[in-house]
Design a protein around this ligand. Sequence first.
Ligand code: AMP
Ligand code: MG
Length: 408
Amino acid sequence: MNPVGKPGKSGSLMPVEQALARLLEMAEASRIVERERLPLAQVQGRVLAEDLVSTLDLPPWPNSAMDGYALRMADWTGEPLLVSQKVFAGQAPDPLQPGTCARIFTGAPVPAGADCVEMQENAEVQADERVRFIQALTQGQNIRPQGQETTVGELILPAGTRLGPIEQGLAASLGCAELAVVRKVRVAVLSTGDELIEPGQALGPGQIYNSNRVLLCSWLQRLGCEVVDAGILPDNLETTRSRLGELKDVDLILSTGGVSVGEADFLGIALREEGELTLWKLAIKPGKPLTFGHFRGVPVIGLPGNPASTLVTFALLTRPYLLRRQGVQDVEPLKVQVPAGFDWLQPGSRREYLRGRLENGRATIYKNQSSGVLRSAAWADGLVEVLEDRTLVPGDSVFFIPLSEVLG
Ligand code: AMP
Ligand code: MG
């Protein structure tokens, strides 16, 4: 990895890590502190607001890991034993009568006094229904001891954990019917550009369909945000000002487009007038220009308009920002190192995130990596990271970020 701020061909471009660190600092400073209690079934995608501490031992009592027979090792002489009780899962057994065994099924509590379970495959039921155990036994075999997973008072999930099916299942196993979660981040999505119209309308000269709006709205929902769909913003200062002004009670205004060099940047002007603006030129491709600022106190992130740029900058910068605002610490996606399956002969001054796939364990890339081509990402199942100033030949190592890591 290149160290942060490494001077080089990238010149005054800001390294991705530095931009991310700045965004995370700002997210930390405006952490959402409000919380709500929700039924367990409704916490998917949300962030735990307080530590989850176990009030139970798991399992609460020793239970059988097998269908078989519970017995006391000391009673095993090679002679058949009488079956003195049957214990199914969900039943409370009597203490084991000395010199006998108990028929037992998986998950059933082990009777007091028994210290091992033999699986039924190693037991011979005699004509008189007594049972002979064929093999030598070991103490505790096939018994899941009380508290083997969790003991009372243990920290199970720290505050700041993102909740998904596994965490929901774990909380359920501890008997939690509700969890305290951070309130949803409210994000207003704005698409800027006079050329944009919504799908369903007839395309006029010079117009294109707005793809970023639905892409971001649906992605934000997957991330557990409350989305305020603020529609299309024309390239016009008056309207920009008044539409931004309407978005008072949101935690973030997320816009796309209007940040390219040379364009009349109405969002930027409005922020400069009534808030603050930082314009970053990032050492990232696709996605160089990125705006961060405030409008009348509301944080604003302006992503570049090309759909593949929107996608990459949302995945790598906005998503971590949104998670950190909810108190998540571990906000960066998992990357795996894989061999490249392609040539990369022209080193770039910006870090590239190529839309790619793993084929036979090697990263391959879509044939057209233009930032306007969203289809590249639909074909892909991950982003292939090529560092600044690097060339590659097949077999060289690259990082691969699965899209599934960043989409939810
Ligand atoms: P801009 O950053 O406004 O200069 O936009 C860069 C490119 O992305 C232009 O080709 C725009 O037409 C395109 N673009 C901007 N916003 C959108 C959008 N919401 N959906 C699809 N393409 C867009
Ligand atoms: Mg534009």
